[in-house]
Write a protein that binds this ligand. Sequence first.
Ligand code: PMV
Length: 322
Amino acid sequence: MQATARANSNIAFIKYWGNRDETLRLPVNPSLSMNLDGVFTRTTVVWVAGLAADNLVLNGSPAGAEALQRVSAHLDVIRRRLSLTQFAQVTSTNNFPMGAGIASSASSFAALTVAAVRAAGHDLSERELSTLARLGSGSASRSVPAGFVEWHAADTHEGSYAESIAPADYWDLVDVIAIVSDAHKDVGSKAGHRTANSSDLQGARVAGAAERLRICRKAILNRDFAPFAAVVEHDSNLMHAVMMTSQPPLFYWRPATLTVMEQVRRWRAEGLRVCYTLDAGPNVHVLTLAADVDAAAERLRNIEGVIDVRIAAAGGGTIIES
Ligand code: PMV
């Protein structure tokens, strides 16, 4: 049996940084994100009788050992859940360049989970698919449901799932991504989650996360840009403060990153509805409303050090294509 699933990537407004249980990927705090329309991974899974091991073709080429190992470990989780014994042939493509400042693990593990379960002939609830995707990559749990998505922090595997708080067309928020570097990051999020607790600031960041999430959720539901912008920038700054004060420290910003952040704050003071958020990388996600996208994109393109700009509106959840 085979199935193909397509999952959008997502950008977090209230960030996930650090696990309370690393093996189960139970986060220390809840998070809130928006799926990115048209920024996706498409994955086909075929369970093949007689195959000696899992096989992975990534963006047209056989995957390296590290990627195969991570995918195979996730397929082990699904095999255990569904009592399967077969190995799988997995073919996966991203329609965006890896290392372009857009999280590929979120869309990859959401698509892999949904395709693998369907290919085995099972029909699990969205909630369970989200918990399973979480075991591959935390942020992948948020790419399963549609639109604006909240991921619950909990003490148990079953309790930590993501669900939609509003559909994609609820608010015309757009992510205008200013690419300032296309180099692959040195320290990925997996190692980063591990060092988060070594920062003196992590406790304070986590303590306020639920309240920031409440403010952010309310701003989204009221389609109210000003409080949204304030809490989103604050939450991103807090996460990067934790990163910079971890041991060893993680500095993801490049000089152009700071230039973009400064300009975004200035443009907002002048009346443009823009704010920024950054993941574990130097590229800046500039959030704006549909009416201000052209102005924001043009201004970003004129900043020295911005090598590309990509635009994504709010997107749907993971879908089965065939
Ligand atoms: O899902 P991971 O392990 O790639 O972690 C994602 C971490 C951030 O992108 C920095 C924040 C987030 O909530 O997406």
